[in-house]
Design a protein around this ligand. Structure first.
Ligand SMILES: NC(=O)c1ccc[n+]([C@@H]2O[C@H](COP(=O)([O-])OP(=O)(O)OC[C@H]3O[C@@H](n4cnc5c(N)ncnc54)[C@H](OP(=O)(O)O)[C@@H]3O)[C@@H](O)[C@H]2O)c1
Length: 444
């Protein structure tokens, strides 16, 4: 029997290993990291897969850029790579929809397995691409699309798949988490911290994708589609970003026992429908997600048999993301060596999508008010008239006539809270609503 752990034995056996020829699309942060990992760790990857892997072509856009890899590997003819019959596996690290989608589709049509890091493409077109891969009995893996280096996609597809999952949540965008962490720890305003994050390279010049929750929406919808066995149309996802979160909200969160995180949440309701939402959330300090700071990402998962789990780590960066891409490459290489496939992910039709009206949560709300003795009483009464119970309250005077009151409600149906808030806004002692943020609970 072959001893795969014996290097001498393995090196002679190498000559007989099946060759897996890889076409890499993109040589930016992720593409270059992937190339380097495959080069640096090639010997052990060969031993672990039983296949002789090599990157034989690299597709890029700009042929004039200098690259840290042999020049002859590069071409701007990306389509030429995906239709090249001598290439077995395409690794897509370009990003976005155009031209990544048409390249991946062409690769699958030509019978090549694909590994991709592309969250937007998988969130928008993943169901169709996975169906194509299944029909062709080839692999389509996308571990790096969610959580960078954190192994979560394959874990949900395989090891945790036996669980029913009432709820999973994630801190899935490093840029937003960096900004919220700095606002929380240093009491600085959003705009200032964003500008600093841009200078440090943690945020892009156009930060919309990150701070308005699009990136988190792509990622949580991908995770939800795996956990709940059907595509999640992005139109059904409730999305809010972090631009409305004010430094003062962190002070109230702190005294009330919470911190604020941008969460992607997916939950299954009793009627079988699925609600997927992205918004800033009050997270109890005792919750494991509360201590995931800076650019770190985390996915928290509750399975009916396994209980609570949390996976955390670096959600971006060339090296961590390469680790996820190469993990997928290894999966393909093993299947290739064993002449099988492993990515088959059967999808049911989409589940019914639950809206936000029936979501029950505690809600933090901050009001700008007229600073008078009867103000608190009138606001409490208006909430009470709509059956919204108030669990905690903080108030302060901001100037001679103005005050600020922050409440944390008891768990309340969202539609009921919104109706109550509309009534509260009409009161002549209320100048306006500063902000309101849903809270999550610590599970027992
Ligand atoms: N960066 C991360 O930490 C991270 C983490 C997880 C997932 N991802 C995902 O990984 C993917 C790649 O991200 P990245 O950060 O590595 O991007 P990047 O640094 O901007 O690199 C993109 C690469 O794609 C090439 N490219 C761009 N447009 C092209 C076109 N029209 N035709 C051919 N090649 C084109 C670029 O070519 P040139 O070199 O010639 O410009 C570059 O090599 C994205 O889907 C992203 O969401 C990234």
């Amino acid at each position: 029997m072959a001893n795969l752990l014996n290097p001498e034995r393995s090196s002679s056996a190498l000559n007989r290993l099946p060759q897996l020829r890889i076409g890499l699309l993109g040589f930016g942060t992720v593409g270059e990291g992937t190339y380097r990992m495959l080069e640096d760790n090639l010997a052990s990857i060969r031993r672990k897969t039983g296949a002789d892997l090599s990157v034989v072509r690299i597709g890029i856009r700009d042929e004039k850029k200098s690259r840290r890899a042999p020049r002859e590997l590069f071409t701007a003819d990306n389509m030429g790579i995906v239709i090249d019959p001598s290439i077995d596996l395409v690794v897509e690290a370009i990003g976005g929809i155009d031209p990544a989608l048409s390249l991946v589709e062409a690769a699958l049509d030509h019978g090549k397995s694909v590994v991709t890091a592309n969250k937007e493409m998988m969130a928008k077109h993943g169901a169709r691409l996975l169906e194509k891969a299944r029909a062709k009995q080839i692999d389509l893996h996308f571990e790096a699309a969610v959580g960078g280096g954190i192994p979560i996609v394959q874990v949900l597809k395989h090891q945790l798949a036996g669980n029913d999952v009432p709820m999973m949540m994630g801190i899935l965008n490093g840029t937003s988490n960096y900004i919220l962490t700095a606002m929380s720890q240093e009491g600085r305003p959003f705009d200032e911290v964003l500008a600093e994050a841009q200078l440090k390279g943690y945020a892009e010049a156009d930060p919309t994708n990150d701070v308005e929750g699009f990136d988190t929406m792509y990622k949580i919808s991908i995770l939800a589609s795996i956990v709940y066995g059907g595509p999640v149309p992005l139109e059904s996802v409730h999305r809010e970003g972090i631009t409305g979160v004010d430094a003062i909200d962190f002070e109230y969160a702190d005294v009330l026992g919470y911190t604020i995180k941008l969460l992607g949440v997916a939950e299954e309701l009793a009627d079988g429908s699925v609600r997927v939402r992205v918004h800033p959330a009050f997270v109890p300090k005792a919750h494991s997600l509360a201590s995931v700071n800076d650019v770190f990402n985390a996915v928290w998962f509750h399975g009916d048999f396994v209980g609570d789990l949390m996976f955390s780590g670096r959600g971006a960066g060339g090296d961590p993301t390469a680790s996820a891409v190469v993990g997928d490459v290894i999966d393909v290489a093993r299947n290739f060596a064993a002449k099988g496939t492993g990515s088959a992910l059967p999808f049911d039709p989409p589940r019914a999508a639950a809206g936000m009206d029936d979501l029950v949560s505690r809600i933090y709300v901050r009001l700008d008010v007229l600073d008078k003795p009867n103000t608190l009483g009138r606001i409490s009464t208006a909430f009470g008239d709509h059956n919204v119970g108030l669990a905690a309250m903080e108030m302060r005077t901001t100037d001679a006539n103005h005050g600020e009151i922050a409440f944390l409600t008891h768990p309340v149906r969202e539609a009921q809270f919104v109706a109550a808030l509309e009534a509260v806004e009409q009161l002549d002692v209320v100048y306006g609503v500063g902000n309101w943020i849903r809270a999550i609970e610590v599970t027992k």
